[in-house]
Design a protein around this ligand. Structure first.
Ligand code: SAH
Ligand code: SF4
Length: 358
């Protein structure tokens, strides 16, 4: 059976036409799927009964299956979703005043394998997600929690720019007026720096935000933690980001995972200043979140604030990400952990982390 959810609006319109139905039926179906979130074709009550029966003969409307939900003390909620082939992905809901953000995964595992990342280090890469599997994470979480999602960040498991076409299709879907209506300006795609795709995003007509996982502006150091850094060197990365800015006129965010003893010296800050130059940017400092087998440790609060204070002297907007969802391993780079351990171990992680946070 084919899944209606795997069809774009254009394809649905073609299908409806082919079955000899009125064109507006396609929009009705689309709304049932992507606004109301119904999995059951029988429930599409504004379609004629005989059309519903005909559709249900050849199609299903199954979405992702919610497998687990973990509430964090800071309000973020982590979800594990089952895909139709039995694999799983994780997504996180992050509320922050009026902003209700969902962080989506784009791949099962990640083939890049950065040293700092649990997804890259602990999980085997399995496959790219389809556009609708990415959009489903946003839809399901909004429904499950009864909230209207306002922002989406492509910062979960996987490298979005290794799955560029499906990522763009998923943006088109969640942005559509008949679905979730999430404004392009409220959508951020984070990449480790796949340069050709940065140029493509620069040409993409919607005002999607770009975040670059930089972590260090020193080429030799970057190669130590990001395996593809050699193929996509810093000088070329900087040019690509400049092209994105010229095309969109939107601030670029550089993510800087703070690793004590690795990228936190005055020399590192100076390299960063030289790298960014006069490009209007934000730098988001993310304290490294350790995982079993990680090469690095977490910075202490003192190390975080000392670094932050020094960074504040740079002529860019500097933000410090409080590690949301740490107690349920929902923070970035931690999404791979839960499935690695058995339920008893999860309990252990939980108490470990509370202790660490105190
Ligand atoms: N593949 C994309 C998007 C997913 S990772 C990318 O790398 O940009 C989202 C962010 O979480 C990245 O900035 C990544 O570097 C960061 N991250 C990964 N592991 C982390 C960890 N252990 N602690 C803190 N941040 C981490
Ligand atoms: Fe992949 Fe991003 Fe993790 Fe690197 S940080 S392994 S690119 S998900």
């Amino acid at each position: 059976m084919k899944n209606l959810r795997a069809m774009t609006l254009k394809e649905l319109q073609g299908l409806v036409k082919g079955l000899g139905e009125k064109p507006y039926r396609a929009i009705q179906i689309y709304k049932w799927l992507w606004q109301k979130g119904s999995d059951d074709i029988e429930s599409f009550s504004d379609l004629p009964k005989r059309f519903r029966i005909e559709l249900a003969q050849y199609f299903e409307a199954k979405g992702l299956l919610e497998k687990e939900r973990l509430y964090s003390e800071d309000g973020s909620v982590k979800f594990i979703f089952g895909l139709h082939d039995g694999l799983e992905v994780e997504s996180v809901y992050i509320p922050d005043r009026n902003r209700k953000t969902v962080c989506v995964s784009t791949q099962v595992g990640c083939p890049i394998g950065c040293e700092i990342c649990a997804t890259g280090k602990l999980l085997r890469y399995r496959r790219n997600l389809k556009f609708w599997e990415i959009a489903e994470q946003v839809l399901r979480i909004g429904k499950a929690l009864g909230v209207r999602i306002t922002n989406v960040v492509y910062m979960g498991m996987g490298e979005p720019f290794l799955n560029y076409d499906e990522v763009i299709k998923s943006i088109e879907l969640i942005n559509n007026d008949h679905t979730l209506k999430i404004g392009a300006r409220k959508i951020t795609v984070s990449t480790v720096g796949i340069i050709p795709k940065i140029y493509e995003l620069a040409e993409y007509p919607r005002q999607v935000k770009l975040a670059i996982s930089l972590h260090t502006a020193i080429q030799s150091k970057r190669e130590q933690i990001i395996p593809i850094a050699r193929r996509f060197p810093l000088d070329e990365l900087r040019e690509a980001v400049g092209a994105y800015y010229r095309s969109k006129r939107r601030f670029v965010t550089f993510e800087y995972v703070l690793i004590p003893g690795f990228n936190d010296t005055d020399e590192d800050i100076e390299a960063l200043r030289k790298f960014i130059g006069n490009l209007p940017s934000k730098v988001n400092i993310i304290p490294f979140n350790p995982f079993p087998g990680a090469e690095f440790r977490a910075p202490t609060d003192r190390e975080i604030y000392r670094f932050y204070e020094k960074m504040m002297l740079l002529p860019y907007t500097i933000t410090l990400r409080k590690s949301k969802g740490r107690d349920v391993k929902a923070a970035c780079g931690q999404l791979a952990l839960l499935r690695q351990s058995n339920p008893h171990k999860i309990e252990l992680h939980l108490s470990d982390n509370r202790h660490e946070l105190r």
